[in-house]
Design a protein around this ligand. Structure first.
Ligand code: DX5
Ligand code: ZN
Length: 250
């Protein structure tokens, strides 16, 4: 019995892995506006979408949970109409809340047109309730884990989670170096997700560049935040294409 259980779970993992490898289009690249030109955010959103961005990553910092301050729901709402493809298809806005407390702002971002809303569990007193609130507001819900944070609580809320976001830098700033332990953590969370059989994205955020994105994918991630790597270069399309080429490499 033990043996057949082992074979079954190995089979499930193998099928899941082959799905990921068979469909490189299921990888998403989410440029982070944190490194965009804040004096022309609408244009930046339009340009990066025209250059192939799958999602727009929107970093919300409150100078409390993290030592930096960015933008709020009014800016998200103003950008919503710019986050569309040439044919009018909306591009998901992926809101990463680095704020404490969480609930009121999560609600405000849902009303401002966010599609995905993620928060750090250590910033919410009632994690399960916050997840329910985000979903009840019509958005997909995500949990974010800092480099030193354990992921154990996922066991208890996986049925209410649409996205796991692993930080590969300490949150607060763009342009930091990738912390390698995020790869081991991604492998662990990938196993959890596959074992659950649920449709849950695994996103990694911080220090992702053309030269390491493949390692992050090999660890099990399917969605990649890239701030300075994209907006730090004059040609966004060249960077996004180079990242896709790395992901598609056999
Ligand atoms: C950091 C933010 C990241 C940041 C990533 O707190 O959550 O999304 O923009 O920037 P890079 O890709 O430059 O590390
Ligand atoms: Zn982020």
């Amino acid at each position: 019995l033990g043996l057949s259980g082992g074979i079954d779970s190995a089979l499930v993992a193998a099928i899941a892995a082959s799905h990921r490898q068979d469909s490189p289009m299921s990888f998403r690249i989410a440029p982070s506006l944190l490194s965009a030109n804040f004096a022309k955010l609408g244009e930046e959103v339009a340009n990066v979408i025209a250059s192939g961005a799958d999602w727009i990553h929107f970093d919300v910092m409150d100078n409390h949970y993290v030592p930096n301050l960015t933008f709020g729901p009014m800016v998200c709402q103003a950008l919503r109409k710019h986050a569309v493809k040439a044919d009018g298809t909306p591009v998901p806005i992926d809101v990463h809340l680095m704020v404490q407390p969480v609930d009121a702002l999560a609600q405000a971002f849902a009303e401002a047109g966010a599609d995905w809303i993620s928060f750090h569990p250590d910033a919410s007193i009632h994690v399960d309730r916050t997840l329910q609130l985000i979903r009840a507001a019509g958005c997909k819900a995500g949990l974010v884990f800092n480099p030193a944070a354990p992921v154990d609580l996922l066991e208890w809320v996986l049925d209410k989670v649409d996205l796991v976001l692993l930080m590969s830098v300490n949150p607060g700033f763009g342009g930091q170096g990738f912390i390698d332990s995020a790869l081991r953590k991604a492998e662990r969370v990938r196993r959890l997700i596959d074992a659950s059989g649920r449709d849950i994205r695994l996103e990694v955020d911080g220090g992702i560049k053309v030269d390491n994105i493949r390692r992050v994918a090999d660890a099990g991630a399917d969605t990649f935040v890239a701030g300075s790597a994209v907006f730090g270069q004059p040609d966004y399309r060249a960077v996004i294409n180079a990242m896709r080429a790395e992901l598609a490499r056999g």
